[in-house]
Design a protein around this ligand. Structure first.
Ligand SMILES: C[S@@+](CC[C@H](N)C(=O)[O-])C[C@H]1O[C@@H](n2cnc3c(N)ncnc32)[C@H](O)[C@@H]1O
Length: 291
């Protein structure tokens, strides 16, 4: 987190650039909130993210150890900036893990309270069961009620909408199959964690993101991750024929994301481009004059 000066909330510098798509299909290195504040209003259909969890994970260039209230206050600002860029009916999917066993804090309750106070509609909560119990070591008081531990073998996937439940879109741009719809609409998702770490301490498994993208967006929609890490959301979005925007503060993670998204093959009839050059959004001077 960095110190920041207040910015006007109504800033909408890029309508014309958004119209030709130049804000999207990019890997942007920067601070999540700063970049969100430069995006056109009502331009993103689905945001999926997993912010730093504040549990001392050793990310490159970020200390994952803020006082709890400062952590929530920082994320509140990010959620507020996100609200502006979502289209009406646009979705926000927030993945968050339970905190550590001994310092358990119901952070998912704090986050869902904050998001609802900001005006988001809470659609649901999906339990991502990670099937990690085979590797468990922390029993607490073994076979005794004196102090047994519940081991978090799951994560929360909290789902919100802006302004309304329904997202407008063309029927021809639906790609979810009947069997997939049946499976995904059961809110208990058994998906193993990602084992290929690829230089990042906490990447998403692609299957989790594939389900969310197909269930909650149409082809050709814009899908965003503002704490994008190694680019799982952007890579899956491109593979499934959606436009993407990846933001992360670490140049190293952005580089990994760029290679990964560049290698991803989009559908033949939805040729979503490889990431544009550079780590930045286009500057105002490069934009075509607005309408
Ligand atoms: C939980 S990880 C996301 C991992 C990602 N889901 C993946 O599949 O690789 C959180 C990410 O947030 C990034 N980050 C930390 N502070 C940030 C900030 N202020 N703005 C943007 N990204 C930030 C970290 O570099 C880290 O990659």
């Amino acid at each position: 987190m960095r110190a920041r000066t207040p910015r006007p909330r109504s800033m909408d510098p890029g309508r014309s650039a958004a119209a030709d798509g130049s804000y999207f299909d990019r890997i942007v290195r920067g601070d999540a909130q700063e970049v969100l504040d430069r995006l056109p209003a009502a331009s993103v259909h689905l945001a999926i993210t997993s912010p730093p969890y504040n549990v001392r994970i050793p990310y490159r260039g970020y200390t994952d150890d803020l006082p709890p209230e400062a952590y929530l206050a920082w994320l509140r600002e990010v959620w507020q900036s996100l609200y502006r860029v979502l289209v009406p009916g646009g979705r926000f999917v927030l993945n968050v893990a339970p905190t550590s066993i001994k310092e358990f804090r119901p952070i998912h309750h704090d986050l869902s309270r904050d998001l609802r106070e900001l005006g988001y509609i809470m659609r649901t909560e999906i339990i991502w069961y990670k099937q990690t119990m085979g590797r468990r070591t922390a029993w607490g008081s073994w076979r005794s009620p004196s102090n047994p531990h519940i081991v978090p073998s799951w994560e929360y996937v909290l789902v919100f909408s802006k302004e309304r439940w329904k997202l407008e879109g063309d029927r021809e741009r639906v790609d979810i199959q009947a069997k997939e719809f049946e499976t995904f609409s059961d809110g208990f998702w058994s998906i193993p964690p990602e084992r290929r770490r690829s230089g990042h301490p906490a990447p998403f498994p692609e299957e989790l993101i594939e389900r969310l993208v197909k269930f909650y967006s149409y082809r050709a929609n814009v899908v965003l991750d503002m704490f994008g890490g190694t680019g799982t959301v952007a890579a899956v979005a491109r593979r499934l024929g959606r436009h993407y925007l990846h933001i992360d503060s670490s140049e190293e993670y952005c580089r990994l994301a760029r290679e990964r998204v560049g290698r991803t093959v989009p559908p033949a009839d939805a040729p979503i481009p490889a990431p544009a050059e550079g780590w930045e959004l286009p500057h105002a001077a490069e934009e075509a004059p607005g309408p």
